[in-house]
Design a protein. Structure first.
Length: 264
């Protein structure tokens, strides 16, 4: 039933089919209003679904897989994205790889997934349930990035987490005047499952953790974007020499369309 539900969701995103599905009863945690689920993955299969996810993004300028100019040490590849046991496990590994495009050498490999080209949106509610890595030196995030053809920076960071500092989570809206959310979690993000979300609406952006609104800004997205979830390796505070790997686990990722009364 879950697999059938997600196939129907992809139909809604790609071709606008309007048949009612059980997915319409799934709501984002804590957010009021009539949200309509348009994209999601519960990772119940045995591999990433290529109808939903790509493993490279225009956000990574080195062949869609690496971004050393952004304090990242990793080369992203599908081999580091494992689906099984009802979850996606993103693994950053200390292993050398050379970019075939640039010749840049990377000391780490990791996992990045994006909903582009399968699904793009401007306004909506996006949500990820995850366990973040405990080892120092890692930089997991859940965010959106400008769709193909958008000629300006369009990005919403639902969360960024620097594992050397478990007492901070960061959210950022980059559109317009911009807005930033810095929050002290009352839990360790590596200690168990937590749900991270953002409502991106015409009148602003609100960040949620475990169904509770934690921050708001009047800045909001000004262009279509795609979802991205990744596990970066942070060059400014890198992993300890004895650390060979770290993981981020994802239970689900979902996106809802804004309620008709809220669309601008």
């Amino acid at each position: 039933m879950i697999r059938r539900m997600l196939v129907l969701l992809t139909c809604v995103v790609l071709s606008g089919c309007g048949a009612a599905t059980p997915a319409e009863t799934i709501r984002p945690l804590g957010a009021p209003g009539g949200w309509r689920l348009i994209f999601g993955d519960d990772f119940d299969g045995t591999a990433l679904d290529p109808a939903r996810w790509a493993d490279r993004s225009s956000a990574e300028p080195d062949d869609g897989r690496g971004n050393p100019g952004n304090e990242q040490l990793e080369w992203n590849q599908a081999a580091n994205c494992r689906v099984g046991d009802g979850r996606l496990t993103m693994t950053a590994r200390r292993e050398p790889v050379t970019s075939p495009l640039s010749g840049q050498r990377y000391a780490w490999t990791s996992c990045l997934i994006t909903s582009s080209p399968a699904a793009h949106f401007r306004y909506g509610f996006v949500e990820e349930r995850a366990i973040l890595p405990a080892h120092r030196g890692f930089w997991p995030a859940f965010w959106t990035w400008q769709a193909p053809g958008v000629d300006r920076h369009a990005e919403t960071d639902v969360y960024e987490y620097y594992s050397d500092n478990p007492l901070r989570l960061y959210g950022t809206q980059f559109s317009g005047a911009g807005g930033r959310c810095e929050w002290r979690p009352p839990f360790h993000p590596a200690g168990g499952w937590h749900t991270y979300g953002a409502a991106i609406e015409p009148d602003g952006t609100t960040w949620y953790v475990d169904g509770t609104a934690i921050c708001h800004t009047t800045a909001t997205s000004d262009a279509p974007t795609a979802l991205i979830s990744n596990l970066a390796v942070y060059s400014r505070i890198p992993p300890e020499p004895g650390t060979g790997a770290a993981v981020k686990q994802v239970d689900y990722i979902r996106a809802w369309a804004t309620a008709p009364s809220r669309q601008g």
